[in-house]
Design a protein around this ligand. Structure first.
Ligand code: CUA
Length: 356
């Protein structure tokens, strides 16, 4: 499975803005340029991390609200500008305050009050749909915001026991409402998958709940939406929405322990992993490594990214991460193992990459 390309929202914005700017400077009125610009701007709203390209029920409602708010803002803007132009026309009459009164009362009070009241009513009517909890017996996933990565645990239907733990990747069945239990051991993070729904804070000492319902399959991207420290911008994750049968097969595979390495280099990597104390922080089920400080690495080679969405998942990236953790993610808790000889680093990287 491939990671989706990055969102081109900003690129499209620049591409759209450039012809507008040229048009303005030339004072030309080339409508085609505006149409192309608008099309590019709208194209930039799609992608794996866009709230305007919804793939979940909550995100669909939020996108609807965004467009109605845009319409409301356009109505207020048009009303104020029209009244201002009309008022300037009236002010030509000496000693007349009619224009000013019309602008202040009409454009400043009446139109915004009516439009905003309508939007408030529409927004409140969406709340029941957005806040509906997942039904009894639905899939439950606990996600903990760590510094700076995501601990993901699939829970039993009662929600008390962990069936599978992984990191920085969540897979979901399409068309099912899923309950997330969101928490953090130390600082506040915010859990947000824009394509699927709204965001919610992860607060130490609390367990917040969020229900999401994906409506189409695909690979989406989530992010931390609350400043949580030096590497706040370096903690994202992938969300893979699968058909129900594919999801069940994936979860069954994740429950299995790691397969023993078959080739000599990977076997050497496993020995080095255990000899260098990596197992004090990381778990690899099926080996003596059972640390709980860092991410569970049992099937790390099968994930779409390394380092919480910042590196591709290949041996080169593993090598770079192990040897230069602080350069890749400032203030990360994992120490760099750059003191190991390069052939040992390569063996470790190959071992981890093969943990699929
Ligand atoms: Cu976690 Cu920002």
């Amino acid at each position: 499975m491939e990671r989706p390309p990055p969102s081109y929202c900003m690129l499209s914005f620049l591409a759209a803005y450039a012809p507008c700017n040229v048009t303005w400077r030339r004072r030309g009125r080339d409508a085609r340029q505006w149409v192309v610009s608008a099309a590019l701007l709208l194209a930039g709203c799609s992608g794996p991390q866009s709230a305007l390209d919804p793939a979940g029920r909550g995100a669909e409602r939020i996108a609807d609200l965004f467009w109605w708010m845009a319409v409301g803002a356009a109505i207020i803007w048009l009303a104020v500008v029209s009244l201002a132009v009309y008022a300037i026309h009236l002010e030509r009459e000496p000693h007349s305050l009619r224009g000013a009164r019309l602008l202040i009362i009409g454009g400043g009070v009446v139109v915004p009050t009516v439009v905003l009241a309508g939007l408030l009513a529409y927004g409140l009517a969406l709340m029941p749909d957005l806040l509906t909890p997942a039904p009894e017996g639905s899939l439950k996933i606990a996600v903990s915001g760590e510094q700076w990565w995501w601990r993901v645990r699939y829970l039993t239907s009662g929600g008390n026991d962990v069936t599978v733990e992984l990191a920085n990747e969540i897979r979901l069945p399409v068309g099912e409402r899923v309950e997330f239990h969101l928490e953090s051991p130390d600082v506040i993070h915010s859990f947000w998958i824009p394509s699927l729904g709204g965001k919610i804070d992860m607060i130490p000492g609390r367990k917040n709940r969020l229900a999401l319902e994906p409506t189409r399959t695909g690979v989406f991207r989530g992010a931390c939406a609350e400043f949580c420290g030096t590497s706040h911008a370096l903690m994202s994750f992938y969300v893979v929405v699968l058909e129900k049968a594919d999801f069940a097969a994936w979860l069954a595979h994740q429950r299995e322990p790691a397969r023993a390495p078959a080739e000599p280099l990977a076997m050497q990597g496993q020995e080095l992993f255990l000899a260098n104390g990596c197992g004090a922080c990381h778990t690899i089920r099926g080996t003596p490594a059972d640390g709980v400080v860092g991410p569970d690495l049992t099937h790390v080679g099968s994930r779409l990214s390394l380092g919480a969405g910042i590196l591709p998942n290949d041996p080169e990236a593993f090598l770079r991460w192990i040897a230069h953790t602080e350069d890749v993610k400032p203030e990360v808790h994992m120490p760099a193992f750059g003191m190991l000889p390069s052939e040992e680093l390569r063996a470790l990287a190959v071992y981890l990459d093969k943990l699929e």
